[in-house]
Design a protein around this ligand. Structure first.
Ligand SMILES: Nc1ncnc2c1ncn2[C@@H]1O[C@H](COP(=O)(O)OP(=O)(O)OP(=O)(O)O)[C@@H](O)[C@H]1O
Ligand SMILES: [Mg+2]
Length: 298
């Protein structure tokens, strides 16, 4: 069974998408089979990995993206997988092993127009379809918006692990606290729909510090985060194995530039032939490796 993971924080802009895209790319580079599902209407991960021109066609078409599975009789998740999504302008594959189920702006309708069936919520419908293809992967990653509304619920319901990206500031800590509250409410709401084959409901397994500026001392915000994590552990509201990851991601211009280039940072730096041990590329690789080994503590 693949590891199914959401990166979540109720604070927006902390780096969920950049962490998930770059971690997914590192995992694929390490030989893992990775499926990334985009559940954020903003479509940042989809635009990043497909590049704007290719994504624009999908957005204009209105089909071929995740919302289509909620329109009866249209398509299933298995029909939406873009295999080895990263391509250069000539259509050559750049990173085998990284697949994407994209979203477009119509996913916003899931929160509004979509008529939810109380007996079969959207997240159940999604879970059943994902189950049909998940055996083909080592990791399934869900990029979610900063909430647990209907789109995120699909990712959270299917996940067994949650990681919380955080910046070294008070707002990330507040976002984490709110997340724990909302997560437990959602688990209570969805408990009757869980099947034993799905594994345990997702708990927070780790906090990942992101966008750390050179020379800044993050010991105090990290200590505050650790205290909050300890409180949640005592109250059994996060996993007993939850911890702040040793790997942390520095603030680096290349992360912002990579989005414009339509590449994860490990491919940007690879093209430049950079020695990446002490760069942000190395940070993401350490994170991916730590994520792999974290499963040994479960
Ligand atoms: N390590 C980093 N160094 C520099 N810039 C970063 C880093 N991580 C993220 N950013 C930038 O910060 C901004 C927010 O990042 P990102 O989109 O990944 O956050 P998010 O949590 O997914 O946001 P949202 O809540 O809107 O989905 C982006 O412009 C991104 O390029
Ligand atoms: Mg995002």
């Amino acid at each position: 069974m693949p590891r199914k993971i959401s990166f979540l924080n109720y604070k927006g802009g902390v780096g969920k998408t950049s962490l998930i895209v770059n971690t997914a790319a590192c995992l694929a580079r390490l030989g893992k089979r990775v499926l990334l599902l985009d559940f954020d209407t903003q479509s940042n991960a989809s635009i990043w990995l497909m590049r704007l021109e290719r994504w624009n066609k999908l957005n204009a078409d209105g089909t071929g993206a995740i919302y289509s599975i909620f329109e009866p009789g249209r398509v299933q998740v298995k029909d939406l997988v873009i295999r080895d999504v990263l391509e250069n302008k000539d259509g050559e594959k750049l990173l085998p092993g990284l697949d994407l189920v994209p979203t477009t702006f119509n996913l916003v309708d899931l929160e509004g127009e979509y008529r939810s069936d109380a007996k079969r919520p959207a997240y159940v419908l999604f879970q059943e379809q994902l189950a049909a293809i998940e055996h083909g992967y080592d990791f399934i990653l869900f990029d979610c918006p900063p909430n647990i509304l209907r789109a995120s619920q699909c990712g959270v319901f299917c996940s067994n692990e949650i990681y919380v990206p955080a910046n070294p500031d008070a707002l990330s800590l507040i976002g984490f606290t709110l997340l724990i509250d909302k997560l437990h409410k959602f688990h209570a709401l969805s408990a009757s729909f869980r099947r034993s084959t799905m594994g345990p409901a997702a708990q927070v397994q780790g906090v990942i510090m992101n966008a750390i500026k050179a020379g800044s001392d993050i010991e105090v915000p990290k200590m505050r985060m650790q205290l909050r994590l300890n409180q949640f552990k005592s109250a059994r509201r996060v996993a007993a194995t939850a911890r702040i990851f040793d790997a942390q991601i520095r603030d680096a211009m290349i992360v912002r530039r990579a989005v414009t280039l339509g590449l994860p940072v490990n491919l940007v730096a690879h093209d430049a032939g950079a020695n990446d041990n002490d760069t942000v590329v190395g940070d993401y690789r350490k994170l991916a490796t730590e994520l792999i080994h974290h499963a040994d503590t479960f």
